[in-house]
Design a protein around this ligand. Structure first.
Ligand SMILES: Nc1nc2c(ncn2[C@@H]2O[C@H](COP(=O)(O)OP(=O)(O)OP(=O)(O)O)[C@@H](O)[C@H]2O)c(=O)[nH]1
Length: 811
C-alpha cells in the first residue's frame, strides 16, 4: 500500500508518525515534487502557464463549499477540514453563511497544487445570488461544475452551465455525493450529455465495495481511467469525516494492468478497459495524435496516458468535450484527482483568448464617428487600422508597452480590519502596490495600497500581481465592481500613460435588474446617518442591490434579486452593522413599458455667436426579450449601442446621427474641434435617457422597462463649452415623446420566473392545478425523471429563476 500525503507543505510542518511507507506525493499525476520556491506568494516565479483561475459553480447544495474546503486542506493551506454543517469553512465566513449553511457571496482563495497555483472562486448556488456567479465567471478561465449524484442536473446547474458556455469557459463536471443512497453516476452522466448538450469523457468512474454485514454497496474509491489505476480511500466508516484517520489522505493505488492482479479487481479492470476504449474512440475523432498512438499497439490499455491527457486537455479547452469525475467530498473521497484534473485539463490564462476591450479611439487623435469597437484576440492592428497592439502572451490588447497593466475589479468586500478589499484579475503587465492607477470608467487617478493574495484564512501581502493572477487591492474606496484599472509597472507615473490607453475598458459586468423591494427607514432621526453609511457600503459590495427614493411615500426603497437576497441584506444591516431601521415587507417590483413607438424633437435657441444649435431628435421604441439579444443591439450597421445599467433599456445612436465633427487637417491627421469631448457628449445623452426612463410611465410612474431610445439626429454648436444642454434636451424630448402617447399605450410589467418543480407522480395533478390557478403559472413542459425521489428530494419546490424577465399583465 502506498500512503499519499496531501501536501508537502503540511507534511513538513507536521510530525511524521509513519515510517517506511511514507511518500511525500502531492498529486496522482506527478510523483515528483521539487519545488524550490513558494507557489503561494512567489508571484513572479509561478509562470503564467502554471496558473489556473477556476470557479466552482453549481446548483444550491451540490457541495461546492465542501469541495473547496477539501481543496484547501489537501493543498496544505489549512490544517483542519471545516464543514458547512458546523459553520466553520474558510470560504463561507459571513455570519449569515455560517448560520444558514449556504454560500451568499463568492469567495476567492489561492492554493498551490502540483507545481501550479490555482485561484478558486467558490460561488453561491441560490438563484438570488446569480450576480455573484456572473461577476466571478467574467474573470475565470475555467470552471468545475459540481453535481449532486442523486439529484443529477438541476435547474441552476443548467443556468450556470449556460452562463459559462456563453462566455466560452471550458468546464469539468464533478459528480459529488456518490456516497448517498440513490446516487446515480451513469444517470447523471446521461443527464449532463442530454440536458447540458455536451460530450462527456469519463476520466474516472466510481468504485463500490459491498458491506458484508448490511449488504449495502459503499462508495470507496474511483477507477482512474486515464492512468489505469484503482484508487481506494482508506476511510473507516466508524470515524467522523473530519478526524485525522478519515481525512482522505490514505489512498491505496492498485495498478489494474499488473500481471498478478488480485481476482477481486477483475471487474474493476474490465470497467477500466471499457471506459478507456470509449475515451480513446471519442478523442480519435478530435485528435490525430491519439489515432497514431493507438495504431502503434492497437491496444486500448497501451495508449500512452500522457498522450490521452494532452489530447483531452486540448479537447476540453476547445470545449469539444467535458471531462467527468466523481467523488464524495464530504467523505473526503475523490477530491485530489479532481485537483489533478483542474491542472491537467483546464486552461491557463494564455490558453484562452484575451478579453474583449473597448478603447476610445477619440482619445488617440483619430475620429471615427459613432464607432463601436471590440478588439479581440484574433484581430490585430492592421485589421482594425488602429494604433493598438496586443501581446498574446500576456493576453492584453493595449499597446506595445508590456509594462502597461490592465486589471478588472470584479468584487468589493468590506473587511473588519483591512477596510475595503477590491478583488481584481490582472490581464496584462504587472500591478504594483502603493502605486497610482487610472480608473478608465471615471478617468480618475487612484492611489492604491497593499496587494494581497487570499491564501486560505490569512490574506498574504505580495510584492506585486502579474498578468493572469487574481488578487486584492486595499487602501482605496474609489473602485467599484466592473471598473478597469490601467497602470504602468515601471514608471509608476500615470502621466506616462497616454490618453488612448487610459481610456481602455475591459467589458464591464452587466447587473441584472432587481425584482423585489422593501421600504427601509431609520427608526429615529439620529439613526439616519448610520443607515445611509451602511447602505452605501452594502451597495458598494453588492451592485445587484438598488436603492431608490419613493417621493410620494417619502421612503427609501431597497430592491434586490429575491426574498432571500433582501432578507440577508436586512440581517446584515440590523444584526451585523447594528443599524436601527424599520424594514417593510417584501413586495414585487413592477415596471411600466410602452406598446407603441413614439418620436419627438428638442432644440435650443440659435445663439447668434454660435455656428449651430443644440438639437436632439429621437424615438422611443419598445422591444421584447433581453436587450443584448435583440436585433437592435446586434445590428450589423455602424450604429453605436449602449445598454443602460438598469431595466433592460438601451440607447441606440443611428448611423450618421451626428454631423462629422472631425476635421482633417493639412498633415492628414484628424482633429477634434471642440472643447467638450465626444465621450462627454455621448454620456450626456445617455444620462438624459437614464433619468427620463426612471421617472416612469403614465399608469403608475413606475420605471420604464425594455425600451430603446433611438437617437435619430443630434447636434452641438462647435463653440459649446459644456455638454449639459444636451442632457436637458434629451430629457425634454423623451418627456414630450411619452406625453404624446395615450395612457392605453402604456402597460404594467410584472417579473416572471422560470421555475422547475420536482414532484412525485401521485401529486402531479394537485401541484399542476395549484400552480395554474393560484399562481397563474404557464406550464411549458412536463418531463419524466427516471428515478423516484426520496423524502428529502421530493420537496416539490425547487425553483430557480430567470428573474430579469418581465411580462405584461395588462394584455
Ligand atoms: N452525503 C454527502 N453530503 C454532502 C457531500 N458534499 C456536501 N454534502 C452536504 O451537502 C450540503 C451542502 O453542501 P455545501 O458544500 O454547502 O453545498 P454548496 O453547493 O456549497 O451550497 P451553496 O453554496 O449554498 O449553494 C451540506 O450539508 C454538506 O454537508 C457529499 O459528498 N456527500
Amino acid at each position: 500500500m502506498i500512503t499519499f500525503y496531501r501536501s508537502i507543505l503540511r507534511t513538513l510542518k507536521s510530525e511524521i508518525k509513519a515510517t517506511d511507507h511514507v511518500h511525500f506525493f502531492r498529486s496522482f499525476a506527478s510523483a515528483s515534487n521539487s519545488s524550490t520556491f513558494d507557489y503561494k506568494t512567489d508571484i513572479e516565479k509561478v509562470p503564467i502557464e502554471k496558473i489556473r483561475n477556476i470557479g466552482i459553480i453549481a446548483h444550491i447544495d451540490a457541495g461546492k463549499t465542501t469541495t473547496t474546503e477539501r481543496m484547501l486542506y489537501y493543498s496544505g493551506l489549512i490544517s483542519r477540514i471545516g464543514n458547512v454543517d458546523e459553520g466553520d469553512t474558510i470560504t463561507d465566513y459571513l455570519t449569515e453563511e455560517k448560520d444558514r449553511g449556504i454560500t451568499i457571496q463568492s469567495a476567492a482563495v489561492t492554493i498551490p497544487w502540483n507545481h501550479h497555483r490555482i485561484n478558486i472562486i467558490d460561488t453561491p448556488g441560490h438563484a438570488d445570488f446569480t450576480f455573484e456567479v456572473t461577476r466571478s465567471l467574467r474573470v475565470l478561465d475555467g470552471g468545475v461544475t459540481v453535481l449532486d449524484a442523486v439529484a443529477g442536473v438541476e435547474a441552476q446547474t443548467e443556468k450556470v452551465w449556460k452562463q459559462a458556455r456563453d462566455l466560452g469557459i471550458p468546464l469539468i463536471a464533478y459528480i459529488n455525493k456518490m456516497d448517498r443512497d440513490g446516487a446515480g453516476y451513469g444517470r447523471t452522466v446521461k443527464e449532463i450529455v442530454g440536458r447540458l448538450g455536451t460530450r462527456a469523457t469519463l476520466v474516472n468512474i466510481p468504485y463500490f465495495v459491498e458491506d458484508v454485514a448490511t449488504g449495502r454497496m459503499n462508495f470507496t474509491g474511483v477507477i482512474d481511467v486515464i492512468h489505469k489505476n484503482l484508487l481506494r480511500w482508506n476511510i473507516s466508516t466508524n470515524v467522523s469525516s473530519t478526524s485525522e484517520a478519515a481525512d482522505g489522505t490514505d489512498i491505496e493505488v492498485i495498478h489494474l494492468e499488473k500481471e498478478d492482479l488480485n481476482t477481486e479487481y477483475t471487474d474493476a479492470k474490465k470497467q477500466c478497459i471499457k471506459a478507456r476504449k470509449a475515451v480513446i474512440e471519442q478523442l480519435c475523432d478530435f485528435d490525430d495524435a491519439i489515432v497514431d498512438s493507438f495504431l502503434e499497439t492497437e491496444d486500448y490499455m497501451k495508449v500512452d496516458s500522457a498522450v490521452i491527457q494532452e489530447s483531452l486537455r486540448k479537447a476540453t479547452i476547445k470545449r469539444y468535450t467535458t471531462p467527468i469525475l466523481c467523488g464524495s467530498s464530504f467523505k473526503n473521497i475523490g477530491v485530489q484527482p479532481l485537483m489533478d484534473a483542474v491542472v491537467s485539463y483546464l486552461p491557463s490564462p494564455i490558453d484562452v483568448p484575451p478579453p474583449k476591450i473597448i478603447c476610445d479611439i477619440n482619445a488617440c487623435g483619430r475620429r471615427k464617428r459613432n464607432a463601436k469597437i471590440y478588439l479581440q484576440a484574433h484581430s490585430n492592428e492592421t485589421d482594425l487600422n488602429l494604433p493598438v497592439k496586443m501581446d498574446p502572451r500576456i493576453g492584453c490588447v493595449i499597446n506595445k508597452d508590456k509594462n502597461l497593466s490592465a486589471s478588472l475589479a470584479f468584487k468589493v468586500i468590506s473587511h473588519p480590519n483591512r477596510g475595503l478589499m477590491i478583488f481584481v484579475r490582472v490581464y496584462s503587465g504587472k500591478l504594483n502596490p502603493n502605486s497610482t492607477v487610472i480608473n478608465s470608467r471615471t478617468g480618475e487617478r487612484i492611489r492604491i495600497g497593499k496587494l494581497l493574495l487570499m491564501n486560505g484564512e490569512i490574506p498574504q501581502e505580495v510584492k506585486y500581481l502579474t498578468a493572469g493572477n487574481i488578487g486584492v487591492i486595499t487602501g482605496t474606496e474609489e473602485i467599484s465592481t466592473g471598473d478597469t484599472l490601467i497602470s504602468h509597472a515601471i514608471s509608476k507615473n500615470p502621466n506616462k500613460i497616454q490618453k488612448r490607453e487610459a481610456s481602455a475598458k475591459l467589458l464591464s459586468i452587466t447587473i441584472p435588474p432587481p425584482v423585489f423591494s422593501v421600504s427601509i427607514e431609520p427608526t429615529t432621526v439620529a439613526d439616519k446617518r448610520k443607515l445611509e453609511t451602511c447602505l452605501k457600503l452594502i451597495l458598494k459590495e453588492d451592485p445587484s442591490l438598488r436603492l431608490t427614493y419613493d417621493d410620494e411615500a417619502g421612503q427609501l426603497i431597497l430592491s434586490g434579486m429575491g426574498e432571500l437576497h433582501l432578507e440577508i441584506t436586512k440581517d446584515r444591516l440590523v444584526n451585523d452593522m447594528k443599524v436601527n431601521a424599520d424594514i417593510g415587507k417584501v413586495h414585487v417590483t413592477y415596471k411600466e413599458s410602452i406598446i407603441e413607438p413614439t418620436e419627438s424633437v428638442s432644440k435650443s435657441q440659435q445663439d447668434p455667436n454660435c455656428t449651430g444649435m443644440f438639437y436632439v431628435k429621437l424615438t422611443v421604441v419598445p422591444f421584447e426579450g433581453l436587450a443584448e439579444s435583440t436585433s437592435l443591439f446586434n445590428n450589423d450597421t455602424n450604429e453605436e449601442c449602449h445598454l443602460l445599467k438598469y431595466d433592460n433599456n438601451m440607447v441606440v445612436f443611428e448611423q450618421a446621427s451626428a454631423p462629422p465633427f472631425v476635421e482633417k487637417v493639412f498633415s492628414g491627421e484628424y482633429r477634434w474641434p471642440m472643447e467638450v469631448s465626444y465621450d462627454q457628449l455621448i454620456n450626456s445623452i445617455i444620462s438624459g435617457v437614464n433619468g427620463s426612463l426612471q421617472v416612469g410611465g403614465r399608469i403608475a410612474s413606475l420605471p420604464l422597462h425594455s425600451v430603446a431610445v433611438k437617437i435619430l439626429k443630434w447636434n452641438v454648436p462647435l463653440e459649446a463649452k459644456s455638454a449639459t444642454p444636451l442632457l436637458q434636451l434629451t430629457r425634454m424630448a423623451i418627456k414630450k415623446a411619452l406625453a404624446s402617447l395615450p395612457e392605453k399605450a402604456f402597460t404594467i410589467l410584472e417579473p416572471i420566473m422560470k421555475v422547475s418543480v420536482f414532484v412525485n407522480d401521485q401529486d402531479l395533478g394537485v401541484v399542476t392545478q395549484d400552480l395554474m390557478s393560484a399562481r397563474n403559472a404557464q406550464i411549458n413542459d412536463i418531463e419524466e425523471q427516471d428515478h423516484s425521489y426520496t423524502g428529502e428530494e421530493a420537496l416539490w419546490a425547487r425553483e430557480e429563476a430567470r428573474k430579469h424577465t418581465f411580462h405584461s399583465i395588462l394584455q
